[in-house]
Design a protein around this ligand. Structure first.
Ligand SMILES: [Zn+2]
Length: 194
């Protein structure tokens, strides 16, 4: 299947994804396709919501380069044990071109599973900690700009309004299905994998 990255304000970005209950060959293929999209778009992480799939999975590579750094495919991620606080710049493949300083815990523990069913249990620090927190937010329907102050938000307002205009025109021409059709698709994926 051909996955593509959806942009704000696509409703699936606000959907709280459900835990994955089965892993099959198709899910492996979708994870590989998500990694392809992430690298092609020069991202460091991509959550399943961002390719219109309502399931708890994300891919990441803090280096942003295939073959360098550590590549992650994480199923049913849970983060806890937040420690410290640090501001850092974030962008998002679902609002390309927009950036803001976001304050997050400095370190967190990530638990979850890889595609082989092996358990992941690791303390994360630095940029990778930020990337993973950003991706897990996506799975809960949260965008990075939900976590910034009013003043920083004003700097993004114009850009976000442009994304809204583009979304409306894609809807008007039928390139993006209406809410009922989208809900039907999400229900199909939820039935298959959660
Ligand atoms: Zn993002």
């Amino acid at each position: 299947m051909a996955l593509s990255i959806i942009h704000f304000p696509h409703p699936t970005l606000r959907h709280r994804s459900r835990p994955i209950a089965r892993v099959d060959a198709k899910l492996h293929a979708m994870a590989a396709e998500m990694l392809d999209l992430m690298y092609e778009n020069e991202g460091v992480g991509l959550a399943a919501n961002q390719v219109d799939l309502p399931i708890r999975m994300f891919v990441a590579n803090a280096s942003g380069v295939r073959g360098e750094g550590q590549e992650w495919v994480v199923i049913n991620p849970v983060i806890d044990r937040p420690k410290g606080s640090e501001a850092g710049q974030e962008g998002c493949l679902s609002v390309p071109g927009l950036f803001a300083q976001v304050k997050r815990p400095k370190t967190v523990r990530l638990q979850g599973y890889d595609l082989k069913g092996q358990e992941i249990n690791q303390e994360l620090d630095g940029f990778l900690s930020r990337v993973v927190q950003h991706e897990v937010d996506h799975l809960d329907g949260v965008m990075f700009f939900d976590r910034i102050g009013n003043e920083a938000m004003r700097d993004l307002e114009h850009g976000l309004a442009e994304f809204e205009t583009t979304f409306q025109s894609l809807r008007n021409t039928g390139s993006i299905p209406d809410d009922a059709e989208l809900a039907k698709r999400l229900a199909h994926w939820e039935k298959t994998y959660t």
